[in-house]
Design a protein around this ligand. Structure first.
Ligand SMILES: [Zn+2]
Ligand SMILES: [Zn+2]
Length: 272
């Protein structure tokens, strides 16, 4: 006799997400986990820093991606902020590649070209490219871009994506720096995806923001909605995994911006 429970799938885990219909002027956001997002507009689907890997070399992913990679809708454009392993995941990119254009910072193109992306746009800071209905600009940040040790020529940044008069900003990785104010002057940002984790670095280098700095950056950016990211999936530094969000929430209360926070759950699409 068969034991039925053996064949019952674990609740929630494998349920394909229901991606909403996006109307003109709306932006659909689905957090995949860490710095990975699916951004949907009425016309196109965009992936930023897609990463479905279970391991980053020896670092284990502690939280599953929000949905499985084969549940993705057709992807029109891919954006990668920099060459670090948690953002540029060659295994994932190989699966996503379907000859759609990919946008990367200067010096990163050769890491994605051989994966099946033949239209590679390398951008410099403030450079903008028009891809169908969207405009993508590379924004500066305070970080570094080498994937190993010697490849210091690789660029790094964030992206401002404008569509139907609305702008979503993916910060990439960054320490707090005066550039946020400048980015806020360049673009009218509706949604800011800001990293809040990996601030107690094993290296001791200041290359990531802590949650209080992310709130400060959000205020300087003059954005309308703050979506926190870059926490909870990979233990990249010493802070406990639950700490970034708790600290962000109390910093947000302190600055009276708690109503502007949109804390996302992996795999649950939100239309803004
Ligand atoms: Zn990085
Ligand atoms: Zn990172």
């Amino acid at each position: 006799m068969l034991i039925p429970s053996l064949f019952v799938k674990r609740a929630g885990d494998y349920a394909p997400p229901v991606f909403p219909e996006i109307r003109k002027g709306e932006i659909g956001i689905t957090w995949i986990g860490h710095a990975s997002f699916l951004i949907q507009t009425s016309e196109v689907n965009i992936l930023i820093d897609p990463n479905w890997s279970k391991w980053l070399s020896v670092i284990k992913r502690l939280k599953k991606p929000g949905f499985e990679i084969h549940h993705l809708p057709e992807i029109d454009f891919v954006l990668v902020t920099h060459a670090h392993f948690d953002h540029l995941d060659r295994r994932t990119l190989r699966k996503v590649a379907a000859d759609q254009p990919i946008v990367v910072p200067i010096g990163v193109g050769n890491l994605v070209h051989d994966l099946g992306f033949h239209i590679v746009h390398e951008l410099d800071y403030w450079q903008t490219i028009k891809l169908g209905p969207i405009e993508v600009s590379l924004t500066p940040c305070y970080h570094w871009g080498a994937r190993f040790l010697a490849d210091l020529h690789r660029g790094f940044g964030g992206f401002a994506v404008t569509v139907d008069g609305r702008t979503i900003f993916h910060c990439g990785d960054s320490a707090f720096f005066p550039g946020f104010r400048e980015i806020g002057e360049h673009y009218k940002i509706d949604i800011a995806l800001l990293p809040i984790g990996a601030y107690e670095p094993i290296s001791g280098r200041e290359v990531h923001m802590n949650p209080e700095e992310a709130v400060k950056a959000f205020i300087e950016l003059k954005a309308k909605t703050l979506v926190p990211m870059h926490y909870g999936s990979f233990r990249l530094s010493f802070e406990p995994l639950h700490e970034p969000l708790e600290r962000l929430q109390s910093a947000a209360r302190e600055h009276g911006i708690q109503d502007k926070m949109l804390v996302m759950t992996e795999g649950k699409p939100v239309v803004v």
